[in-house]
Design a protein around this ligand. Structure first.
Ligand code: RIB
Ligand code: CA
Length: 311
């Protein structure tokens, strides 16, 4: 059972791993709302996909549409990973739910002011979160913290930059400087959490439409990963870790470090520059950087969450 049940807003860009983060959040958190952002696919697609997951899980949770482009940069997508729809690889049931608003940022601000102690959990580009912090700086003092998937000690979209940070580095800069509790699930830990074939087969063996859809989505995601990488035995399921660190913290190790966002480097724009030097002069940490995850136990939690909604 989870050690804590945090109240959260999940800000996401579904996206195969975002879809699994929605399942874990629905099972193990007090999921107040889902907000969507442009990232893996354009905002219309990520929002549609969030509604698909809401209905597949039978959730009574609002979905608010967010930013259609980064603060400064031009929009960029990851259709080379997630497909044109952002959620390719499965026969997705058309949602009957509709969005609750087209203003995710206003929803985030209003909810954080009405209910103190919420965790903001962004698993896509940080545009919505940054806009909320800029429009309402008091949000930074009202929330319990921000637990994000992004960054890392290496990149994926470029040599040095991870996709979520790379899409909107200016937004990430605002978030990493906000001053409150910040947890970062970077690629160096998410690559430990892979959808290997035996793990996918456990999901595929479950009854019901949800398990069938998620099994197909995981298969698509893993096949894509294995076709693009030399030595990976499954797709890195990035986003659920930003949830699991809040609900099952014992599954992780972490270290507090000073992390800044590179905004101008020709080859490094969007890099999370993590200061790991053992020097007294190093600035105080602004971020808990997740370092390891007990992948099998974490995958069991995610699989059990899928089973909980499968019937
Ligand atoms: O780099 C991986 C991250 O980018 C994940 O959140 C994935 O869903 C995409 O948003
Ligand atoms: Ca994502």
């Amino acid at each position: 059972m989870p050690e804590t049940i945090p109240s959260i807003i999940l800000d996401c860009d579904p996206g195969h791993d975002d879809a699994l983060a929605i399942v874990v959040a629905a099972r193990h958190t007090n999921l107040l709302g889902i907000t969507t952002v442009s990232g893996n696919a354009p905002i219309e697609s990520t929002t549609y996909n969030a509604l698909v997951m809401k209905d597949l899980l039978g959730l009574d949770v609002p979905v608010h549409k967010g930013a259609m482009c980064p603060l400064v940069a031009e929009p960029q997508y990851a259709t080379y990973v997630h497909g044109e729809s952002g959620l390719d690889g499965a026969d997705l049931p058309a949602p009957t739910s509709t969005i609750d608003s087209e203003n995710a940022v206003e929803y985030i601000i209003d909810t954080c002011r009405a209910t103190e102690g919420i965790w903001l959990v962004p698993t896509g580009p940080l545009t919505n979160i940054a806009m909320a912090l800029r429009l309402a700086p008091d949000v930074g003092h009202r929330i319990a913290g921000i637990s994000l998937m992004g960054g890392g000690t290496f990149g994926n979209r470029t040599t040095s930059a991870e996709f979520n940070i790379w899409v909107d580095p200016e937004a990430a800069d605002i978030v990493y400087k906000y001053g409150g509790p910040l947890i970062m699930a970077g690629l160096h830990v998410t690559h430990q959490f892979r959808a290997t074939q035996p793990r996918i087969d456990v999901v595929k063996a479950m009854p019901g439409q949800l398990a069938s859809v998620l099994g197909d989505l995981m298969q698509f995601f893993t096949n894509m990963y294995m076709s693009r990488h030399h030595g990976m035995d499954g797709g890195a399921v990035h986003d659920p870790l930003a949830i699991l660190v809040l609900t099952h913290p014992h599954l992780f190790t972490r270290k507090n470090a000073h992390v800044v966002i590179e905004l101008t480097g020709t080859h490094t724009r969007g890099m999370t520059v993590i200061d790991e030097r053992d020097l007294r002069e190093v600035k105080d940490g602004n971020c808990d950087v997740l370092m390891t995850v007990n992948a099998q136990e974490a995958f069991d939690v995610m699989t059990q969450a899928i089973k909980y909604f499968s019937h």
